[in-house]
Design a protein around this ligand. Sequence first.
Ligand code: UD1
Length: 436
Amino acid sequence: MDKFVIYGGNYLEGELPVSGSKNTALPLMAASILADGTTVLENIPNLQDVTTFAHVLRILGASVQFDPKEHRMHIDASRVNFPEAPYELVKKMRASFYMLGALLGRAGSARVSLPGGCAWGPRPVNLHLEGMKALGAEIDLDQGYVVAKAPGGRLTGGTFALDPPSVGATINLLLAAVTARGSSRIENAAREPDVIVFGEMLQQMGAKIEGLGSTIIEIEGVDALKPITFKNTPDRIELGTFMIAAAMAGRPGDLIHISNAAPEHLGEAFVDAFARTGTKFSFGPGYVDVIPTDEIQPVSIETAVYPGFPTDLQAQWTVFMTQAKGNSRITDTIYTDRFAHIPELHRMNVNAIVVGNQVVVAGNRPIKGAYVMSTDLRGSVSLVLAGLVAEGETHVQRIYHLDRGYENLEGKLSAAGIAVQRVAYQEFPDPVNETA
Ligand code: UD1
């Protein structure tokens, strides 16, 4: 297994480039199987989740080639002859559940494993299933697998209201509805940029969709979609993470340039909260410049659906707030027990208490290096952020979580002045030889 060893006390400086969005790349890859032929996707990040999803597509019969240096992927979906997403892959990565909508849209039938639990509590898929039924699918459960069929080989289309406005369910329903026989309407749809960019790809493939970015999306089913070349958008969560890293670990008054970014996708709530910390920053086309302050103001946040504060940035914000000149409160209304990083942060001298779906964080406290690990992607990166400003060495273990969603993080941080190394280690020492 790999860990990061971070030697605290160096300023972050220069430039941090943002990679392509993970949460957009996965639905774009799913969309490719709706077209008979070769789709080319650009700006695809070289991440474990992308590799896993490519594997899901190969199991269906598609041929997938990925050039990780060029970040370009070719998906030939001329042949899709095994409409199944197996448990081994869906349990590893929930986004594999997108195969339900994609396969119903492409083949009129699907057998997709239910994902099961997740590191931060239950993550239901009831809206995906109820939504597919509303579009005309027959759904059964067999051995932990959802077995879905479109009577007559093609969905009829229909109307479904999401509550809450799930990102994943909106994407899954779009995948299923664009090639339905009739028209569909998704009410209380998710408005995240990931959904909009994905919908734009479907439109370029020939789908008839109206209302992307609003709460009501209307779809007129078409007979077939065509393969296209499409460029993925930059990762807004990586951008937010880098803005926090720069504000915490940069030298006060010095500019840090974050490039290849899409600042327009950050959402008002994050931008507003970031400004209230006293950190200076400016946006331009494709970049964000951050100038850290030595007087970080405490800012309490509450996560919400877009354009609210992203749940995927709350763990990082918690670490940011340990460096503020006062106490603050972080509330997660989307995933109410997404706090596995807190006990690990305690080991680094952070004073934070979880009460229900809130964390109260004490500011003004030095962070100390320690051996830590996390059980999820965003929690892991929050430990790395803590390591940037810690006294001494921080060993962030089990970084396979981090590798799911941050491309070459150690390379990017090293190039920006941080002393960090990826080191292979053994999780458990060799068992003691009892007969010796
Ligand atoms: C996506 C993101 C994830 C992010 C989350 C919220 C991907 C691959 N993942 O996950 O990084 O943290 O959005 O921004 O894009 N819900 C139900 N029933 C359902 C589906 C969802 O009740 O059938 C609830 C969830 O429990 C949660 C809320 O809806 O409280 C939002 O979840 P959702 O938007 O679906 O998250 P994901 O798409 O799984």
